[in-house]
Design a protein around this ligand. Structure first.
Ligand SMILES: C[S@@+](CC[C@H](N)C(=O)[O-])C[C@H]1O[C@@H](n2cnc3c(N)ncnc32)[C@H](O)[C@@H]1O
Length: 256
């Protein structure tokens, strides 16, 4: 099993974005910030997501899982399971056959998961608490910007997938045009925080949405994410985009 950069003190090979100094000053501070903000806003997450998440709701997650090839009877790992929004849709597709395991570092987020039969494990993408070749399908929904090292996370996805298994990474990407970027920034940095306060969410939930935008803006570009999947040894590496911002990265662990 891999060890992660935090445990080894190694410099991350490929951070998803540089340190964002208005939130933290080093990697340990980034971990503390994320843990606190996800734990403290967990109870608001589904409400904000339902009202404001630009359509990236249950229907979209289900379509993306189907497009990537999730099928009845498979064993799936949901990395960064959060409150279970991806896992819930996976269970619908699996239809009582197969199994879903969720991994997340935030006890607060996992405490919101209400999905009988889903096994929950504390952990991080960069050092998954799972056996080699244990899954047919690995999904990570909107958590790639929060890992310490994209290269370590993808190496772990490959390790826990059986040969022929599929990976799906869902992310929001910065739009191609300056006008669309400005609109999305205004939406996520100003409007969503305002509405989240108006519907009674915690102050930190507004801050989390501002942070989301800042990580989207600073995130490594899609070609770098595709290259990292290739460098991790995946084949059939592809990116499908919906509405210019919803990126679905898919890849296959080759047969040995
Ligand atoms: C925006 S939420 C996404 C939750 C869910 N996948 C969804 O689609 O709604 C991001 C989740 O990633 C988790 N996370 C943060 N750092 C992580 C890491 N290094 N590895 C895995 N998950 C992480 C957070 O605790 C949080 O629950």
């Amino acid at each position: 099993m891999n060890t992660n950069a935090e445990a080894t003190g190694k410099t991350p090979e490929q951070p998803p974005h540089p340190l964002l100094h208005s939130y933290y000053d080093d990697e340990a501070g980034r971990h503390r910030f994320l843990r606190r903000i996800f734990d403290e806003t967990a109870a608001d997450y589904d409400r904000i997501e339902r009202v404001l998440a630009l359509g990236s709701g249950p229907w979209y997650r289900r379509m993306a899982l189907q497009r990537a090839g999730l099928a009845s009877g498979q064993h799936m790992l949901d990395v960064g399971i959060g409150t279970g929004l991806v896992a819930r849709e996976a269970l619908t597709i699996l239809g009582g056959q197969g199994r879903v395991v969720g991994v997340d570092p935030s006890p607060g987020m996992m405490g919101q998961v209400d999905l009988p039969g889903v096994e929950l494990l504390p952990g991080r993408a960069e050092a998954l608490p799972c056996a080699d070749a244990a899954f047919d399908f690995v999904c990570m929904g909107y958590a790639l910007r929060h890992v310490g090292d994209v290269a370590a996370a993808f190496a772990e996805f490959r390790r826990v997938l059986r040969p022929g298994g599929r990976v799906l990474v869902l992310e929001i990407s910065k739009p191609a045009s300056a006008a669309a970027t400005w609109l999305l920034k205004a939406y996520m940095r100003a409007l969503v925080p305002l509405i989240s306060r108006a519907i009674g969410c915690r102050r930190d939930s507004a801050r989390l949405w501002r942070y989301y935008w800042d990580t989207i803006e600073a995130c490594i570009p899609p070609p770098r994410i595709l290259a990292a999947l290739q460098e991790a040894g995946f084949t059939q590496v592809q990116r499908h985009v919906e509405l210019g911002i919803f990126s679905e990265y898919t890849a296959t662990r080759p047969q040995e």
